[in-house]
Design a protein around this ligand. Structure first.
Ligand SMILES: *[C@@H]1O[C@H](CO)[C@@H](O)[C@H](O)[C@H]1NC(C)=O
Ligand SMILES: *[C@@H]1O[C@H](CO)[C@@H](O)[C@H](O)[C@H]1NC(C)=O
Ligand SMILES: *[C@@H]1O[C@H](CO)[C@@H](O)[C@H](O)[C@H]1NC(C)=O
Length: 361
């Protein structure tokens, strides 16, 4: 169920966890299921930034620490807080699912209600916001609550009747004065425990890659191996940033080793590539004092490379010819072997030429 909940939330999550570099967040991603499934009725994972730190489900009704430092003493307080928060969430979602089921007269089948609730802290330690968001059967957006230290907004959604004015006033006070500070406090406690993971800074490595595609070339700027996930990656042509709408911009993706990668690509026609342009891929990241960049010049390099290739071909032909004449004196079979070996060598050399135009840092 851990995996399922995380999977179901990834999209929503990635659109929300986007506060600036150095900021941190704590989220509970909860799922409540009506109907017969192999999964617990209610389950929730706790995430500190992109690291899972907790788990709770309706079978055990006990929050379990899932981080990397299970022996830490602070954990006792956190467990209590977890039982509290997850327990309340369980009751709340159960109640709401019940109402939704009746409202829509859903008698059978499986209904899934999901909630993400949590807070974000700025890099200076100040509270940024607290919010929760609910969806029903993954299509209907249900209620949304947002609050920072000064503003409170509430969207009742379209499924059920929302809170009345008095209730909203009460919730406003509660969110601003109780829930937000409490969530930030818990976030800070988790940060202390997990600092080696979530506060580490791993600089990106950059690569500028030129690849032939149908109709021309693709010049890609690839940043990889970095942590945290916030990065500014820009592709410049002759010193000018290429507009985002001209680029194919990927998502910041996990690399599977706890770091992230991001790719931005530009389509360049064959004619354009023959012209002299300076392509530069530049990145700024929390781990870097200065910008990191790699450059590559089109046009110029092409001339240079083709001259080199022509030279190599000539040399190879010469060698080939002399070996061939030697081989002719021997058996025919040996000669053809030597020839195919040489062809391989040539293919390798040609490949190297191509590869060397991918600049790396
Ligand atoms: C709910 O569904 C049942 C069975 O489909 C139907 O008999 C009943 O009238 C429905 N009730 C409402 C309030 O729509
Ligand atoms: C709180 O959120 C509101 C609405 O998004 C925003 O206008 C305001 O600047 C925020 N206040 C603080 C202190 O961050
Ligand atoms: C990216 O650029 C924005 C706007 O210039 C800046 O506020 C932010 O700190 C930068 N992020 C990183 C990771 O350098």
């Amino acid at each position: 169920m851990d995996k399922l909940s995380i999977f179901l939330f990834v999209l929503l999550f990635s659109t929300i966890v986007n506060a600036g570099p150095g900021s941190h967040s704590l989220w509970a991603l909860a799922t409540y299921i009506i109907g017969e499934t192999p999964f617990p009725e209610f389950s929730s994972v706790g995430m500190l930034d992109d690291v899972q730190v907790g788990y709770y489900d309706s079978k055990d009704k006990m929050s379990v620490y899932r981080g990397l430092n299970p022996t830490d003493k602070i954990y006792d307080d956190l467990a209590q807080e977890g039982d509290n928060v997850f327990g309340t969430m369980y009751d709340d979602m159960k109640e709401r699912s019940f109402q939704l089921k009746h409202h829509f007269n859903l008698t059978g089948g499986v209904q899934v209600q999901q909630r993400m609730a949590g807070c974000e802290m700025l890099d200076n330690g100040e509270p940024a916001m607290i919010m929760y968001k609910e969806t029903f059967n993954a299509i209907y957006t249900d209620q949304t609550v947002f609050s920072n230290t000064t503003h409170f907004t509430y969207d009742a959604g379209k499924l059920l009747l929302g809170w009345d004015g008095m209730m909203q006033d009460y919730k406003r006070t509660l969110y601003i004065n109780v829930h937000l500070p409490r969530c930030i406090r818990t976030l800070k406690t988790f940060l202390k425990i997990e600092k080696n993971v979530v506060m580490r800074k791993v600089p990106p490595r950059l690569r500028l890659i030129k690849k032939e595609v149908s109709g021309g070339f693709q010049v890609s700027c690839l940043a990889f191996g970095f942590y945290p996930r916030h990065i500014n990656l820009t592709l410049l042509r002759d010193g000018q940033p290429v507009a985002e709408q001209d680029l194919t911009v990927g998502e910041v993706l996990p690399s599977g080793d706890g770091t992230y990668q991001l790719r931005k690509s530009l389509e360049v026609s064959t004619e354009e590539l023959k012209k002299r342009h300076d392509y530069t891929c530049t990145a700024s990241h929390l781990s870097l004092d200065n910008k990191l960049d790699v450059s590559w010049e089109s046009g110029a390099e092409r001339v240079h490379l083709s001259t080199l290739s022509a030279l190599l071909v000539m040399v190879l032909i010469l060698i080939l010819f002399s070996i061939f004449s030697i081989c002719v004196k021997r058996r025919r079979r040996t000669a053809s072997q030597a020839l195919s070996q040489l062809a391989n060598v040539y293919a390798k050399v040609a490949e190297e030429i191509n590869v060397s135009s991918d600049s790396a840092t």
